[in-house]
Design a binder for this molecule. Structure first.
Ligand code: ADP
Ligand code: MG
Length: 344
């Protein structure tokens, strides 16, 4: 794989022309010099382990995710800066989905030796930009070479008071099923880039530069109204399916209540049927799906208004297992795929 052709022409002159000349420790220093001191960081990058100071009374939330070239991303579409942002965003989304406050992050990189330094600089600018937006401090990681493509592993830590942490397992029969924002945009964006579309399209930007719903999730956690929550990374059908399974319930999702963006509608306007499959089973929207008792409807709408994120009621939790999608006439809508699944 030759990475050189992906570099923009306005690349600044570099002291070291290659990763090989800079070396592992040179690269770590380069990363360290871009990192500003973080809150609650006692010892950051540079020692054998980082030392952090969680806030009193808080429990620690930890989550990790890998992004592997040609499995999770294609460098033909993912510019390095947005890849850096997304690498952190998808991890922050997992902390948000638990109602947690993201605090610290570890970044491990397996880098092909022909990866240009400029690529890494841009990647790090994106990563650290996302970190700054969410007041997350980079406190360490690992760096090694790769013989087959770029791999990025991110471990994020967050904290929250024990009583505010939200799990997948608390949904109750008759709860409403809610979702933030809009669904299917990222999956549509993938189709657009696969057909040679550009990164400025709304669906494509949802795919390449997702926004983790941290403030919405925190507002919901603090309002104490949510019984179960998950972030939608594999499509609402699969992800609500996880809530259902872990809560020992099932659910009905009303197909025509799924929130679709104006961009989604205009992109799909000339199709004979709205591609609900994308909204139900498309991955990588990073919205929040949650359940709550019907008596909390007004509270939920009010608290999401404050956080500036749309919220839509899309279904109901039922007693029996399984998740059905229903058409307006009450018949079942058959979905032929239930989310992205590796190894299938
Ligand atoms: P060790 O050999 O003890 O594991 P390393 O040489 O791997 O130490 O790392 C030295 C320091 O640099 C550690 O603090 C580590 O967390 C940090 N580090 C290594 N790679 C990265 C990276 N990609 N991003 C941020 N910090 C890193
Ligand atoms: Mg190490």
């Amino acid at each position: 794989m030759n990475y050189m052709h992906r570099i923009d022409s306005n690349m600044p002159p570099l002291q070291h022309s290659s990763l090989a000349a800079l070396g592992e420790f040179g690269l770590i220093s380069r990363i360290t010099s871009a990192v500003s001191p973080g809150e609650g960081v006692i010892t950051g990058i540079g020692d054998d382990a980082a030392v952090t100071s969680p806030s009193p009374g808080m429990q620690l939330l930890v989550s990790t995710d890998m992004l592997v070239e040609d499995v999770h991303f294609d460098l033909g579409w993912h510019d390095p800066s947005r890849l850096g942002r997304k690498s952190l965003a998808v991890n922050i989304s997992d902390i948000a989905a638990m109602g947690g406050i993201p605090r610290w992050v570890l970044l491990s990189l397996a880098l092909p030796s022909d990866l240009p330094l400029d690529f890494i600089d841009r990647f790090m600018r994106g990563f650290l930009g996302m970190a700054a937006e969410h007041r997350v401090a980079l406190i360490g990681g690992d760096t090694c070479s790769s013989r087959s493509g770029l791999s990025i592993s991110v471990t994020v830590m967050g904290e929250q008071a024990p009583e505010l942490i939200l799990r997948r397992s608390g949904a109750l029969p008759d709860d409403d099923i809610w979702v933030t924002g809009t669904l299917g945009d990222a999956a549509l964006g993938l189709k657009v880039v696969q057909n040679g579309g550009t990164g400025d399209d709304y669906p494509v930007s949802r795919l390449l530069d997702p926004s983790p719903r941290v403030s919405a999730a925190l507002a919901l956690a603090e309002a104490g109204v949510v019984t179960a929550m998950i972030d939608v990374s594999d499509g609402i059908l699969a992800d609500f399916g996880h809530i259902a399974e872990q809560s020992h319930v099932g659910g009905c999702i009303y197909r025509d209540d799924l929130p679709l963006s104006a961009g989604f509608r205009s992109h799909t306007a000339d199709l004979s049927e709205i591609p609900y499959q994308l909204a139900l089973s498309g991955g990588e929207d990073y919205e929040l799906c949650f359940t709550a008792h019907r008596s909390n409807r007004k509270k939920i709408v009010d608290c999401m208004k404050k956080s500036g994120i749309a919220v839509t009621r899309v279904g109901i939790v039922i007693n029996s297992p399984g998740v059905a999608v229903l058409c307006p006439d009450g018949t079942r809508y058959e979905v032929n795929s239930d989310g992205f699944n590796h190894f299938t």
